[in-house]
Design a protein around this ligand. Structure first.
Ligand SMILES: Nc1ncnc2c1ncn2[C@@H]1O[C@H](COP(=O)(O)OP(=O)(O)OP(=O)(O)O)[C@@H](O)[C@H]1O
Ligand SMILES: [Mg+2]
Length: 295
């Protein structure tokens, strides 16, 4: 199994190959390696990390970089494992039996596949993103163990087994709202996306805004990391907030010189979403290992 070659000519032996980030996604060496190992071992990759650290975007980047279709299964609090497999559309069948002209004895025509079913039935290998798995109840991950291990499921109504034509690359994200069951964790490769260093963050920003003025970026970055270091923030700003803030600064033509704590930072509401945090930061806050400042 481990010598099976992927589309990128990668084997488990040179698992550092394959996924190398994409033109609009900056991945650390560790993340690239986790992705490639998960692909080589044919196991789901479980990604955790602070909000906005690129967990969801990762699946899109893998699909772009490897030229594979992306199938997204967004998990909600009400999602059940079976929703991802199939649904038997009895209502349509009943309707057709009363008002339709066709033959309703073909139950297969009333099977609607879920996202996992879609990924299994795809002729080419797909990237399946199971996004925010921790939103569902605790049974959800356990209910998927068989399907993710064996890559198949049985439909009693048609007495058919749907087996993956090509094992999908499975990326699972979690915000750690709930702990996932051990049996589920055991079957996954795990990677925690660390919050980007200032250097990595500059790379990420440049992917989104290649023409951003260097001085504005440097000044904004300094202030952003200073705000993140304010103690007792209820919600630290993340990558998305920084990207939105930079956009707001560029759109309103703010000069880099204007970005200083003493002058009061503009558009603070783009970075901070809790009124108490805005008060804390405006009031000077207390910092982890940095000097006090006034916003
Ligand atoms: N490494 C990265 N390279 C490029 N863009 C990134 C990266 N990390 C984050 N971003 C950008 O930050 C934003 C948030 O990313 P994403 O939605 O993937 O985060 P997330 O971890 O899924 O967040 P949440 O936990 O809130 O769902 C996106 O606009 C994305 O483009
Ligand atoms: Mg996400």
């Amino acid at each position: 199994m481990v010598t099976e070659r992927t589309d990128k000519g990668m084997t488990a032996g040179n698992a550092a190959g394959g996924f190398q980030g994409s033109s609009d996604y900056v991945a650390s060496e560790e993340l690239m390696s986790a992705v490639n190992i998960a692909i080589a071992l044919e196991k789901p990759l479980l990604i955790k990390g602070e909000p906005g650290t690129g967990k969801t975007m990762l699946a899109r980047a893998i699909s772009d970089a490897l030229g594979k279709e992306l199938i997204i299964w967004n998990i909600k609090s009400t999602t059940k494992a079976k929703d991802g497999l199939y649904l038997y559309d009895t209502v349509q069948r009943l309707y057709d039996s009363q008002f339709g002209e066709g033959d309703v004895s073909d139950i297969g025509a009333y099977i609607r596949y879920g996202k996992l079913g879609e990924a299994f039935r795809s002729d080419a290998q797909a990237v399946l993103l199971i996004d925010e798995i921790d939103k569902a109840d605790l049974e959800f991950p356990n209910d998927l163990l068989w399907e993710l291990d064996q890559m198949e499921f049985y439909i009693p109504e048609t007495k058919e087994t749907v087996a993956a034509k090509k094992r999908p690359i499975v990326i699972i994200t979690s915000n750690a709202e709930k702990e996932l069951p051990d049996a589920f964790l055991r079957r996954c490769i795990f990677h925690y996306i660390e919050f980007p260093t200032q250097e990595k963050m500059e790379e990420i920003v440049r992917v989104h805004y290649p023409d951003i003025e260097a001085h504005l970026l440097a000044q904004a970055m300094e202030e952003f990391y200073r705000i993140r270091s304010v103690r007792d923030l209820q919600k630290k700003p993340g990558t998305s907030e920084l990207l939105d803030w930079l956009r707001a600064l560029m759109l309103s033509g703010i000069s880099p010189e204007r970005l200083s704590a003493e002058l009061g930072l503009p558009h603070l509401g783009v970075l901070l979403k809790k009124d108490r945090d805005i008060d804390t930061v405006r009031g000077g806050g207390s910092f982890d290992g940095r000097s006090r400042g006034f916003y």
